[in-house]
Design a protein around this ligand. Structure first.
Ligand SMILES: NC(=O)c1ccc[n+]([C@@H]2O[C@H](COP(=O)([O-])OP(=O)(O)OC[C@H]3O[C@@H](n4cnc5c(N)ncnc54)[C@H](OP(=O)(O)O)[C@@H]3O)[C@@H](O)[C@H]2O)c1
Length: 287
């Protein structure tokens, strides 16, 4: 069984970096990254498609102001999605590309934009129906051997995806949508299967992108008041109660929200509270 290298209460997601006007300059972003490190948060979740590469480029511009900071960071990258805007075919269609050539180039392009020599972790962003297992395994292994990638993981993978690829190369994690509003993996055995196969779960959109249904938000407020916590802290504690203690990838880059999430990192939910919220979110009683 592999042990995941990121031992911290949260990862920080970079998908919304361009929405954050306060972090638009390299200096401001550098200050943000430094303060995250001071808080003990050094894991940043990137993907080549975030801002069509611009999120990685901005992050890299900030790091270039203080290159020694790179040694303190754990950067995760992802690739295999080709957005319609980057498709050079006549069809201009969003598609996946997991060919060795594409993945190798994608990793090299991410390294260049970020201005680093290695992605600590690299994930296949979405399962590609045309994926050729041996080709992908060889390409990813070569990236690890070249030192361009530290470890490999998957994202949005189903059990057969990780089991088939896992036979060819060691996999560290599966990054999946997981929150009170996205509970499928909670009930279909996937979390137990991931735990049994030694893959850490990284939970994307842990706060449902800030769009919990009003009724659920009300229940979260009720529980939060009872536990002297905040709704966001309760929603994250709900995730951490799950098998394998999924690691939330927080999407907000507001420092007040990051502080709030960190302040609740030790909050524990008992089973009745967990079910009360799970059922409220599913609008049904557990069988
Ligand atoms: N692997 C994949 O396929 C995949 C897919 C999607 C995302 N991801 C990763 O997961 C990360 C997190 O995703 P996410 O951004 O959707 O996560 P999230 O943490 O669920 O949502 C963040 C959004 O929620 C808002 N928000 C947070 N607390 C709020 C509150 N109390 N009231 C109102 N709005 C609130 C934030 O607004 P403010 O910014 O205003 O605080 C932000 O827009 C991404 O950055 C990316 O790294 C991966």
């Amino acid at each position: 069984m592999t042990t995941f290298a990121l031992q911290q209460p949260l990862l920080l997601g970079m998908m919304r970096l361009l929405e954050c006007a306060e972090l638009a300059t390299p200096q401001a972003l550098l200050g943000f990254i430094e303060r995250c490190i001071e808080r003990g948060l050094n894991g940043f979740d990137h993907a080549d498609i975030y801002g069509l590469g611009e999120c990685e480029a901005r992050f890299g511009a900030a790091l270039r102001l203080r290159p020694q900071l790179r040694a303190h960071l754990q950067l995760i990258g992802k690739a295999d999605i080709v957005p319609a805007a980057q498709d050079v075919s006549r069809w201009r269609v969003k598609h996946y590309d997991s060919s060795a050539r594409y993945l190798t180039r994608a990793v090299e392009a991410s390294l260049q934009r970020l201005g680093v020599e290695q992605l600590h972790g690299f994930l296949l962003h979405r399962p590609d129906p045309l994926l050729q297992v041996e080709e992908v395994a060889r390409a990813l292994q070569a990236l690890v051997e070249a030192g361009k990638v530290g470890w490999i993981g998957l994202s949005n993978a189903e059990p057969l995806h990780w089991q088939v690829l896992g036979r060819e190369l060691p996999l560290r994690c599966n990054q999946i949508e997981l929150s009170l509003a996205a509970q499928q993996a909670v009930w279909d055995g996937r979390l137990q299967a991931l735990q049994a196969d030694g893959l850490q779960v990284l939970a994307w959109s842990p706060l449902a992108g800030g769009r919990f249904a009003p009724a659920l938000q009300q229940e979260l407020e009720e529980v939060a008041a009872a536990l002297q916590a905040t709704p966001m802290q309760v929603a994250l504690a709900w995730l951490r109660r799950l098998p394998g203690r999924p690691l939330p990838i927080l999407g907000s880059l507001r420092e007040s929200r990051i502080e709030e999430a960190l302040a609740g990192a030790e909050l524990q939910l008992d089973a009745p509270t967990w079910f009360y919220l799970a059922e409220a979110a599913r609008s049904m009683r557990a069988p």
